[in-house]
Design a binder for this molecule. Structure first.
Ligand code: SF4
Ligand code: MSK
Length: 656
């Protein structure tokens, strides 16, 4: 019988531990239980395992012995590379399809056919239009948006040439991409080509297969995801810092709780509007509730947290726990990261579990299909459904645990924040890195995974990085994890940051960890790095910058797509948990050495947090040395600002 872990072993989060105890009391199984009871299939994970191919029906072929090949003769290198490539293609498809839907919504909005939507950020529309080469002078915002949306949509079906975002990357990196043959021609084309190349009897050389995967991932990072971020900002506003709260304590015992979960901001933005309508608030009161409380899970949560400060009920592994509070009157889901276990847990309570995407129907859920042409009316119906369900609530158990957060650091806001309105620029950030006040930058992103302790790696790595004067930027469930432990507040700099980083945070008032948005918003990190390079002093391309990306608790194929496009863009990327290509030393070598030589970036899988930290800091220090920057020395800083003032006061008081 499998050993079940204790609540402490399952999660770092006290709210999750409390809810796991509640789940046990109620006899409800969660992903944490299922992960304990179902050992991960050893074929295909880790260096001591093997590889499994099921790409044709002569198999499935399990390769577990040295030199063994599949029925068709496929080697372990081919199989490991093909499996990774297919995952990257699936992840790229998910992000990019999200972008496509936003392009359709922008087009419908420009045509006046998307009820409730408007072009909120005209400045961003103009910025994107300039990038796309669309004229803006003398034209209405609708006219510009129509052309921008049409061009955006054309990127999906583009067959030849280069995606237009490519030319906005650092020039040297563009040249590397062209030399290595990984510039995406069209978003959909690259996904299709990976699926073709990995079909039985096609591409059978590991490096070549992986080149196709990189090209596909590039179509995500510098295509679908970037477009999703840009178009979301145009429609819903570019994020800027605002107050919010993260964790299950954001649910309210005496209000109608509606939890939105998934990834797309389209419907959730209309729900934000509907829950604030006086008539619906009055209707909720008529049912005995004090009001309506909207809260999020996963990246739909990130989208509304960074734009409107809508509370987040938590990250990926909180989706079941939120339902177990018994306080959720409706959980409304769109796409991605939605566990099939949810309808049956909802069924244990009064909760209505509602699917809304034409692409996602889940057995046992109520399907109310979303159509952006009638979005506001649909949002109102959904809110009414939740309100009508409020009187059916049974006993509730909500942990009294939630942390204040300040999220919303778009690259536009970082630019403004550092330079101020007189001199908006990345210069202060570059200067802080060059002087060594900031040792480097780490992007800690990605999921939770029930095979490890929830949030433990995110929390430990963020704490250690801050203590080492590393500025941390975050997206996705990693950002929500940091929020739960107080790192998304300016005060965290006083408690956790090293002396140099603390000085920078004190001077600007920024938190030492910047929450930049959802999973598709990893494209914002590419933009920040591009602007850092353009600002000067930190090299000629992203690979020169003392920066690292990491996903210590990853689980989704989208994470692999992100890791691949970041590595292609020149970043050193570290993934935790275990390696999906560990069976092939050759594929492991290609991701690190071959990509490193060709692109300046690499992808490595490590199983220990300590090793991840060690490699990240070593990389940052090596990049500093290559740029002839002063070696990192924590002792040089902390002699200015409030801290020094108080330290000197204290020292002089001691000296008498
Ligand atoms: Fe086996 Fe080759 Fe078919 Fe894969 S493609 S299942 S290795 S026979
Ligand atoms: S939601 S992809 S669990 S980060 Fe973007 Fe979280 Fe990973 Fe889904």
């Amino acid at each position: 019988m499998a050993k079940l872990r204790s609540a402490e072993e399952r999660s770092r989060d006290p709210a999750a531990r409390e809810m796991l105890a509640r789940a046990a009391e109620l006899g409800i199984q969660t992903a944490f239980d299922r992960a304990d009871m179902m050992a991960a299939c050893p074929i295909g994970v880790g260096s001591s395992a093997g590889a499994c191919c099921k790409n044709c029906f002569m198999g499935p072929c399990r390769l577990t012995k040295d030199g063994q090949v599949g029925v068709c003769g496929a080697t372990i290198e081919t199989i490991a590379a093909r499996n990774l490539a297919r995952s990257i293609a699936a992840g790229s498809a998910a992000h990019s399809d999200h972008g496509r839907d936003l392009a359709f919504t922008l087009l419908a909005t420009a045509d006046g056919k998307a009820q409730g939507y408007e072009i909120r950020d005209v400045e961003k529309l103009h910025a994107v239009a300039r990038k796309f080469g669309v004229k803006t002078d003398g034209r209405s915002k609708e006219d510009i948006a129509r052309e921008v949306a049409t061009l955006g949509l054309s990127m999906f079906g583009q067959q030849e040439g280069e995606l237009m975002y490519i030319k906005h990357a650092p020039r040297k990196q563009q040249e590397r991409w062209r030399r290595y043959g990984i510039v995406p021609r069209g978003i959909d084309r690259e996904v299709v080509e990976v699926m073709h190349r990995t079909h039985m009897g096609d591409d059978q050389q590991a490096e070549h297969i992986l080149k196709g995967a990189l090209r596909c991932a590039m179509g995500d990072g510098w295509g679908g995801s970037m477009l999703a971020t840009d178009f979301s900002d145009i429609l819903f506003g570019t994020p800027r810092p605002r107050a919010g709260r993260v964790n299950l304590g954001g649910l309210k015992g005496d209000e109608v709780n509606i939890v939105i979960h998934g990834h797309e901001p389209t419907l959730s933005q209309m729900l934000v509007r509907a829950v604030n309508e006086p008539e619906l608030i009055e209707y909720a009161r008529s049912k005995g509730a004090r009001g309506i409380n909207l809260a999020g899970i996963c990246c739909t949560s990130n989208e509304t947290l960074v734009r409107q400060g809508v509370p987040s009920a938590g990250n990926f592994l909180h989706q079941e726990l939120a339902l177990i509070t018994g306080a959720v009157d409706a959980m409304i889901v769109d796409v991605q990261c939605i566990m099939q276990a949810l309808p049956s847990i909802a069924g244990r309570f009064h909760t209505k579990f509602i699917t809304t995407s034409p692409k996602v129907v889940i057995e046992g859920g109520l399907h109310m299909e979303f159509d952006e042409h009638h979005a506001l009316d649909q949002a109102r119906v959904l809110v009414r459904t939740a309100i009508d369900n409020y009187p059916n609530r049974g006993p509730v158990h909500i942990p009294d645990i939630a942390e204040d957060v300040i999220p919303g650091f778009s690259h536009e806001y970082i630019n403004y924040m550092l330079g101020g309105s007189y001199r908006a620029s990345f210069r202060p950030l570059n200067d802080a890195i060059m002087s060594g006040r900031i040792r480097g930058v780490v992007a800690d992103v990605g999921c939770n995974n029930p095979r490890t302790t929830q949030d433990k790696s995110h929390e430990w790595l963020v704490r250690e990085l801050l203590g080492n004067d590393v500025l941390v930027v975050q997206t996705g469930c990693g950002a929500l994890a940091a929020g739960k432990y107080g790192y998304l507040l300016p005060e965290a700099a006083l408690e956790a940051a090293g002396p140099g980083l603390r000085e920078v945070c004190e001077a600007t008032g920024m938190p030492p960890v910047l929450h930049m948005g959802s999973c598709v918003d990893n494209s914002r990190i590419l933009t920040v790095l591009t602007q850092v390079v353009a600002e000067g002093g930190l090299g000629e391309d992203i690979s020169d910058v003392p920066a690292v990306g990491m996903a210590p608790e990853w689980m989704s194929e989208k994470a692999l797509a992100i890791g691949a496009y970041c590595a292609a863009s020149g970043a050193y990327v570290l993934f935790g948990i275990d390696s999906p290509v560990g069976a092939s030393a050759e594929v492991t070598r290609i991701l690190s050495e071959t990509w490193g030589q060709a692109l300046g970036g690499k992808l490595e899988f490590v199983t220990s947090d300590e090793e991840m930290l060690k490699r990240a800091l070593a990389h940052i220090d090596a990049k500093r040395a290559a740029l002839n920057l002063p070696a990192y020395d924590a002792g040089r800083f902390g002699r200015s600002g409030d801290l020094t003032y108080y330290t000197r006061m204290k020292e002089s008081a001691i000296a008498g």
